[in-house]
Design a protein around this ligand. Structure first.
Ligand code: TRP
Length: 332
């Protein structure tokens, strides 16, 4: 069986360490294990939350630069912008027609974002998961590497694929498998170890941006919340110390180690001693990526050319699928 992965990031706000470690870095680690790889910048999804969509153009190019700078080669992989492939939204419409509102109402991301004020919530936010299903199924992707928070959406994608298959009485779409790497799934806020690192947190000190300079990275780590206890010798003793666990996990990720080994190394030490080491490891990993991003962003014409190449390849696959979909639906 040919394997094909697809994943995407919404171009909203600054791209940060959570996006990098939770998504891009784990994609990079699986590049040579799959036959075909598509990485989308899902700009149409960004429009579902208007406050996030202000700098859409700039943010879209920044994510493209982050993909490439992190090691996703735009020649060997398809890197493209969602809106450059119109078949996504067309397929999403057909999915809207076979997806019960009850399924969409149960999505936790929708419930979180819509809050209590459902009447004022935009329709686009509600039907977002049908568009995400289309992003995946238009390429008949077999695997979808995502963070833990997107698992429910990939499961819904399977349900939508099955509903479509039933409707057309044909095994038209394969059911895609989510790939969730537990060790990288959740990077927490530097201010509150119980909250995910997020672009929507009002405090810049809660996250490290991929474009932060070295001094800023160091400062944010120095100011990161911790407790006054020394570093314990056992992973279990971190359960009640989410901020401590988050920082030690980051160190493990940047040094290709494990939490258990890191704890052994620093057992009994204070965080004041550990933090400069973490800053050093973070900077040595992120600085080359940041510098490559800055270079890529300085040559916009080149970046747009990479995205065009990606969109051309994506359109070739997507057009074929949409043609077959129309004919399965008995359209003239
Ligand atoms: N919903 C995803 C998120 O908020 C982004 C996304 C959109 C996506 N389409 C996708 C992820 C397709 C994987 C595959 O992070």
């Amino acid at each position: 069986m040919t394997t094909r992965i697809l994943s995407g990031i919404r171009p909203t706000g600054h791209i940060h360490l959570g996006n990098y470690l939770g998504a891009i870095r784990s994609w990079v680690s699986m590049l040579d294990q799959v036959d075909e790889r598509l990485f989308c910048i899902v700009d149409q999804h960004a429009l579902t939350t208007a406050e996030d969509a202000k700098d859409l153009r700039k943010n879209t190019l920044t994510i493209a630069a982050a993909y490439i700078a992190s090691g996703i080669d735009p020649v060997k992989n398809h890197i493209f912008v969602q809106s450059h492939v119109p078949a996504h939204t067309e397929l999403a419409w057909y999915f809207n027609c076979i997806t019960p509102m009850g399924w969409l109402s149960r999505m936790t991301q929708f419930k979180d974002k819509a809050g209590k004020n459902k009447d004022q919530t935009m329709t686009g936010l509600f039907v977002y998961p049908a568009l995400m299903a289309a992003d995946i199924l238009i390429y008949k992707a077999t695997h979808v590497p995502v963070g833990e928070d997107q698992k429910q959406h990939v499961e819904l994608t399977r349900d939508i694929a099955q509903a479509f298959n039933n409707y057309v009485e044909n095994n038209f779409f394969p059911l895609p498998e989510p790939i969730i790497k537990s060790e990288t799934a959740r990077i927490m806020s530097l201010r509150d170890g119980l909250k995910k690192m997020s672009k929507s947190d009002p405090s810049d000190y809660s996250r490290i941006h991929l474009l932060d300079d070295n001094e800023t990275i160091e400062l944010k780590i120095r100011k990161a919340k911790t407790d006054t206890d020394p570093i314990p010798g056992l992973v279990n003793n971190l359960e009640q110390r989410p901020e401590a666990k988050n920082l030690l996990s980051l160190y493990a990720l940047f040094t290709n180690s494990s939490l258990a080994k890191v704890i052994q190394e620093f057992e009994g030490k204070q965080f004041s001693e550990f933090k400069p080491k973490l800053a050093e490891a973070t900077i040595s990993h992120l600085a080359p990526i940041r510098d490559a991003m800055i270079k890529l962003l300085a040559d916009e014409a080149m970046l747009l050319q990479h995205l065009k190449k990606g969109a051309d390849a994506a359109n070739t696959i997507a057009k074929k699928t949409i043609k077959d979909v129309r004919s399965a639906l008995n359209m003239v």
